[in-house]
Design a protein around this ligand. Structure first.
Ligand SMILES: *[C@@H]1O[C@H](CO)[C@@H](O)[C@H](O)[C@H]1NC(C)=O
Ligand SMILES: *[C@@H]1O[C@H](CO)[C@@H](O)[C@H](O)[C@H]1NC(C)=O
Ligand SMILES: *[C@@H]1O[C@H](CO)[C@@H](O)[C@H](O)[C@H]1NC(C)=O
Ligand SMILES: *[C@@H]1O[C@H](CO)[C@@H](O)[C@H](O)[C@H]1NC(C)=O
Ligand SMILES: *[C@@H]1O[C@H](CO)[C@@H](O)[C@H](O)[C@H]1NC(C)=O
Length: 579
């Protein structure tokens, strides 16, 4: 099912298995595609461990991984050998210090495929829950007409590629194309577009600068900006600390130039690190492999928008909290610690950097102080690439503090979508909503987009809830047809309340919206269109039943370990039964 096809950023070679097509019938009776995936994963892992045992050098192991990728037809030698070379020091460190249990690795990487864990208890941790009783939940009361609102701009997954070259090869065999070294253009249709390309390409500078200039023109009245990370492009086989720092610096400066007096609340994406995806817990002090350099850079770059005292938690674990108005607190959480693509997620470290314990305490204090909280982070918990133990513990925290967490904002999926959290006691009661902002990058088959939220504003007793949002987009096909002679036209793709006929964007209303989509095809088609911002190829492909179940499943899954709601979706979609 589409849980697997949702994995779009395969990095470590084991993860690359997700790219393989296992749909052909197996010659082993009774073996499902998921079984075969697990078997291959474990077999490759065995081979790599064997190499390490036999004393092979990093260079030799990377070479073998590169060859294996080619033979299995996953990706080319260059990408696999390069990615493996960057990751080998971390892999070797973990192996030498016995930080991972081999039999657990494929079970974590391929958690959506029921791959078994040899020692589930080792990675099934729990954090202590709040000792204070949960306050009584009150019903959401929308602000009265004429109450102050504020506008908040959300920029997600920008992925600037400094090496983007218009006219270069967009149909290359690498993981990222449209670059000077992407090979010859053999067919005119393979040439990269001027403003970007729907294929495996990120964005050129001029598209980004025009986008930010347009945002400044239309939304300079934003109260603040949420930036959910992934500024660095998808060239995972050739990243460097220096390049990543340069990219982050240039983009931070660009935003500040266009929004000189607008506060910005940022979080780190999995692409900001080097090796890509790899965020070590603070326990790792070896400078050759730890993440201190990145947290230091983030603390320094974000300091222009933040009070001095937050720098210590950023430097420790890449997270922070700050009270931005009386009554409204922002929490920037580092969910790269849940990423299954993060090698350290496979290790024995539990609740890395104590980020969930910290979140729990911040929310506890906020509750006491009568504050509401907006959570800003990159990877949405419950995504198929967010380790289920983390997602489950996170869901418990949300459940406990549902009245304090007024909204959650994420990126990472590149899609325009949302998630609903449900009560852990009464499973039919929606408790919270997470909003996933559309990516600015086109990677892949997407029109560039961003969001503007309308939020309950500064007034006594404000709910600070999201009242509505608008997604803006450009039609890349149209922009590229005109080429460099005209700037891309940004337009309002849709207004959430109007488009989906919603009373408000409360958990209750979003749940009703979800239920209507199960049975109302016209409504679902709107959601599908907006999900990809109307990108031509996706619209032409349409959304079959598997695709539809995948999109709807995502909305109601906040812990990949519990897919019970997905199982019910198919049933209800086709029988119109009440859930
Ligand atoms: C593999 O990648 C590394 C790092 O990019 C590079 O130095 C090495 O030359 C590559 N090996 C081959 C055979 O291309
Ligand atoms: C995983 O197991 C669950 C429950 O046993 C099952 O419903 C689901 O279809 C399985 N998923 C795959 C991909 O095999
Ligand atoms: C060039 O691309 C077009 C459109 O994708 C295709 O119809 C045509 O066969 C291609 N030509 C060659 C020589 O590959
Ligand atoms: C569970 O929640 C639903 C939806 O809010 C509500 O209608 C129902 O009464 C609740 N059930 C219990 C037992 O509280
Ligand atoms: C985008 O522009 C192209 C070219 O003008 C057009 O064919 C297509 O219908 C447009 N897509 C949308 C969703 O408007």
């Amino acid at each position: 099912m589409s849980f697997v096809s949702q994995i779009q950023l395969p990095f470590l070679f084991l993860f690359l298995i997700c790219l393989l097509d296992f749909s052909a019938p197996s010659n082993v009776p009774g073996q499902s595609p998921a079984d075969r995936k697990c078997a291959l994963c474990n077999q490759l892992l065995e081979e790599v461990t064997e190499c390490l045992k036999n004393g092979m050098s990093d260079r030799e192991v990377s070479f073998l991984i590169g060859q294996k990728c080619e033979t299995l037809n996953i990706l080319n030698f260059k990408v696999c050998n390069g990615t493996a070379s960057i990751m080998m020091p971390t892999i070797r460190y973990m192996y030498t210090n016995s930080l991972v249990i081999q039999g657990n690795i494929c079970g974590i990487y391929l958690q959506a495929d029921n791959c078994s864990l040899s020692d589930p208890n080792n990675i099934n941790w729990k954090i202590a829950s709040s000792s204070i009783d949960k306050p009584v939940v009150t019903q959401f009361i929308p602000p009265s007409l004429g109450s102050p609102t504020m506008k908040v701009l959300h920029i997600a997954d920008l992925h600037w590629d400094p090496e983007y070259l218009a006219g270069s090869n967009a149909a290359c065999a690498d993981f990222l194309c449209c670059r000077a070294d992407s090979g010859d253009v053999v067919n005119a249709t393979d040439a990269a577009g001027y403003w970007g390309d729907y294929r495996k390409c990120d964005l050129p500078w001029h598209t980004i600068e025009k986008a930010i200039a347009h945002m400044a023109e239309k939304h300079s009245d934003s109260a603040y900006i949420i930036w959910t990370g992934d500024l660095v492009p998808h060239n995972v086989w050739s990243t460097s600390k220096e390049d990543n720092i340069y990219i982050m610096e240039r983009l931070m400066n660009l935003i500040q130039r266009y929004f000189p007096s607008t506060p910005l609340y940022a979080t780190l994406g999995n692409h900001e690190s080097h090796p890509t995806d790899t965020f070590a817990p603070p326990d790792i002090t070896d400078e050759a492999i730890n993440t201190a350099w990145l947290y230091d850079v983030a603390a320094r770059q974000w300091a222009r928008w933040l009070p001095d005292e937050v720098s210590s938690t950023i430097r420790y674990g890449g997270y922070y909290t700050t009270l931005i108005y009386p009554g409204l607190r922002v929490v920037s959480l580092n969910t790269n610690y849940c990423y299954t693509g993060n090698l350290w997620t496979l290790s024995k470290f539990q609740d890395p950097a104590s980020s969930l314990v910290w979140l729990n305490n911040v929310l506890q204090n906020a509750e006491k102080a009568g504050e509401k909280v907006h959570i800003v982070s990159h990877i949405p918990p419950g995504n198929n690439d967010c380790w289920s133990t983390f997602s489950r513990e996170f869901s418990k925290i949300i459940n406990r503090f549902e009245s304090t967490v007024a909204a959650q904002f994420y990126g990472h999926t590149h899609k325009d979508e949302f998630k609903i959290f449900y009560d852990l006691v009464n499973a039919s009661r929606p408790t919270n909503v997470a909003f996933m902002g559309p990516s600015l990058t086109t990677f892949t088959d997407l029109n560039p987009g961003y969001r503007v939220y309308t939020i309950d504003g500064r007034r006594p007793g404000s709910t600070w809830a999201v009242l509505d949002f608008t997604t803006w987009a450009i039609n890349l096909t149209a922009a590229n047809l005109l080429g460099s002679s005209e700037d891309p036209v940004w337009f309002e793709l849709y207004h959430a309340k109007k488009e989906y006929d919603l009373a408000d964007l409360s958990p209750d209303s979003m749940h009703k919206f979800f239920q209507r989509m199960l049975v109302d095809d016209v409504l679902f088609q709107k959601y599908f269109k907006n999900y990809y911002r109307g990108a031509d190829k996706k619209m032409a492909q349409g959304c079959d039943d598997d695709c539809r179940i995948g999109l709807l499943c995502f909305i109601v899954t906040t812990d990949i370990g519990d897919r019970s709601r997905c199982a019910q979706i198919a049933k209800q979609m086709f029988t119109h039964e009440e859930l």
